[in-house]
Design a protein. Structure first.
Length: 663
């Protein structure tokens, strides 16, 4: 690749030099200006190619159609001018490489051009330079097409917002960069949200496909969260800003994509490692051709065809296309090495609550102990859970509100992860939590037994005031609609172990597992015990993917070979602990990810074979004199485009999920 070391072609965000334009550090700011700056360089390069190409073509056509009529010197001068214009950016990039003490692929083409100038074959020099510039332009245009779904994210946030003044409710137009937390913005139908926030007034439906990958709009009422870059479809809403700039969900999406693009697969690093040997080897071959044939035309053809653009873009073009396909469906990959790793996954560990199930619990049964009123059980449980964000606490508060039960604010509050909650009221300690925890605390939970069959699909929490057990509460959670299809698809892909781990009781866990066809279940697990399950599978030789909600499953997500955090809109914990983040809760994305990974690996192998065939075949044909310099340049561009277009097929992967939506 001209102007780049191998695998830099698709790393524009990391400051890679712009090929044949002297280099350029792209600033992909949140407003998308960097992207526009990159397009301006492409326009300049295309303008140079057209201008020089016209001058060279004029020399060819004048000599062919009007022989003896036009001054031969004028035709040669036209060819020389065109060749100089076309060759200048390539030669300049090579000089800069050499001044930095680096030898890349530019030098091969530069030597070919200098050789053509040395024998005064200006038409050949111009034609070769034109085709090389055209190759780069087409390649980058195709790469940008593969990145379209990614680059669109950067441009989703509007540049201006309607901020509601606090003194009188009037609107003022401000730049998005001037928004602050707790500002109130007014968004009209058809507009995009300028920042993350919470709806204060109004109801609407929102297209969240740009963030979550879900095709169906989401209804938003007061209290609902909205995200920067999503589109307000139907209603006028006022939104209180909760996150701005890079802290928004869209900002996190962008940061993840930048991290993915700047990372490299092992095969990409291997190409970089051997580039130092490649150029000297080709120069040695060119010297041998010159020594044995004394034909400079063959030497020029060898140098041109040896420029390994097709080989260099083989891997990164496939990776970028895969990242684009995944991002379109709300799958954010933090490091491209995980694309390669996902193809080798042989075991998946699912969390239950919030992953295989909806995670929205509802109270299914209240069972007070003998002598305890139902209202006392409910009031105590809700008061203890008043400050907790656990799904069980939310279910209790909802039921209490519906039943008109009031609760008290605790004097002291402590939540023990995976066990339960302790709160103090007027010096009396109250607890709500798992039966094993209350038993550890010395409470007589066995005096209030749980019948087996009626509560099989329920999660049970016990309630105690002081040393007295007040009873237990059964909570129920619905299985996600797409969960069974996802599990079946994983089995069809040949995964050996599909395991469910949960802190819930055995009966509730088995009930969910039975609906999904999962045979390996670990119930009653604390966070550290979930990690132990993952480590056990790894010791047995499995590469393990862990799927969780990204908050209470953070240790297990970090322990897996790949951690997949689900539904992580706005969740910093999920983004940090997981390797891959799903912006929605459609479990079918997981088998799709594995399928995409395997297809990406297959395409990379195809591309590498194709690139090698182009180079080796071209070197042979050039050495024996069957390829002229111009035809070598044509073969070069065809080979490179074949590789890039082959990779671009990945962009359309997953369209059936895009159309179907969740469930």
């Amino acid at each position: 690749m001209l102007g780049r070391k191998p695998s830099e072609t698709f790393e524009k965000r990391t400051g890679a030099g712009c090929a044949c334009c002297g280099g350029n550090d792209h600033d992909h700011g949140h407003d998308g200006h960097g992207h526009d700056h990159g397009h301006s360089h492409e326009t300049v390069r295309l303008g140079v190619a057209i201008t020089g190409g016209i001058l060279v073509l004029n020399s060819y056509l004048g000599g062919f159609f009007l022989p003896g009529t036009l001054d031969p010197f004028a035709l040669e001068l036209s060819a020389l001018a065109g060749a100089l214009i076309l060759s200048a950016p390539i030669l300049w990039t090579s000089v800069k490489d050499l001044l930095r003490g680096k030898v890349y692929m530019n030098e091969l083409v530069s030597l070919a051009l200098l050789a053509a100038f040395a024998i005064k074959d200006y038409r050949t020099a111009g034609a070769v330079a034109f085709l090389m510039l055209l190759s780069i332009t087409l390649e980058q245009k195709t790469a940008i097409g593969a990145e379209a779904s990614i680059e669109a994210l950067v441009r989703l946030t509007p540049r201006q917002a309607r901020r509601v003044r606090r003194d009188g409710g009037e609107e003022e137009m401000v730049d998005v960069t001037e928004l602050h937390i707790d500002d109130v913005c007014r968004i009209r139908p058809g507009e995009n949200f300028p920042a993350d926030g919470v709806v204060l007034t109004g109801t609407t439906t929102v297209n969240q496909a740009s963030i979550t990958g879900e095709s169906l709009p989401a209804d938003k009422t007061p209290g609902a969260e909205v995200f920067a870059g999503t589109q307000n479809l139907t209603g006028l809403v006022d939104v209180r800003v909760t996150r701005v700039g890079r802290d928004t969900t869209l900002g996190k999406v962008r940061d993840l994509i930048v991290a993915a693009e700047s990372s490299r697969l092992p095969i990409m690093r291997m190409i970089d490692r051997y580039v130092g040997f490649y150029t000297p080897a080709i120069l040695s071959l060119a010297a041998l051709v010159w020594f044995f044939t004394n034909d400079l035309s063959r030497v020029i053809a060898v140098l041109i065809i040896a420029c390994p653009c097709a080989l260099v873009v083989a891997t990164p073009s496939a990776v970028i296309a895969a990242i684009a396909a995944a991002a379109r469906l709300g799958i954010l990959i933090k490091d491209v090495t995980h694309i390669e790793l996902a193809a080798k996954i042989r075991a998946v560990v699912f969390d239950k609550t919030g992953t295989l199930t909806e995670g929205v619990l509802e109270v299914a049964k209240l069972h007070p102990a003998p002598g305890v009123e139902l209202a006392e059980l409910m009031e105590t449980a809700t008061s203890v859970e008043a400050n907790s964000n656990h799904p069980a606490a939310q279910a209790l508060r909802k039921l209490a509100q519906d039943a008109g039960v009031r609760w008290q604010a605790p004097g002291e509050f402590k939540e023990t992860a995976g066990k339960g909650v302790t709160a103090t009221f007027s010096g009396e300690v109250c607890r709500v939590g798992r039966v094993t925890w209350l038993r550890e605390e010395g409470l007589p939970v066995d005096a209030v037994p749980v019948p087996g069959e009626d509560t099989r699909a329920m999660s049970i929490v016990y309630v105690a005031r002081g040393a007295r057990v007040l009873g237990w509460i059964g909570l129920r959670d619905a299985v996600r609609p797409a969960a069974r299809a996802a599990v079946d698809a994983l089995r069809a892909q040949g995964l050996r172990e599909i395991c469910m781990v949960t802190g819930d009781n055995e009966s509730a866990a088995q009930a969910v597992a039975g609906k999904l066809g999962i045979t390996t279940v670990r119930a009653g697990c604390l966070p550290q015990e979930k990690v132990a399950v993952v480590e056990e599978l790894k010791r047995r030789g499995h590469l393990v993917a862990v799927v969780g909600d990204g908050v209470n499953d953070a240790p297990a997500l970090a322990a897996g070979d790949i951690g997949i955090a689900m539904g992580v809109l706005g969740s910093d914990v999920a983004v940090q602990s997981a390797s891959i983040a799903l912006m929605n809760n459609d479990l079918r994305r997981i088998p799709f990810l594995i399928s995409l990974s395997r297809r990406t690996q297959s395409l990379m192998r195809q591309n590498l074979v194709l690139g090698l065939l182009v180079i080796l075949g071209g070197l042979y044909l050039s050495t024996v004199g069957w390829l002229t310099p111009v035809s070598a340049a044509v073969v070069h561009i065809i080979g490179t485009m074949a590789v890039v277009f082959n990779s671009a097929r990945l962009v359309r992967c997953g369209e059936e999920l895009d159309r179907a939506g969740e469930g």
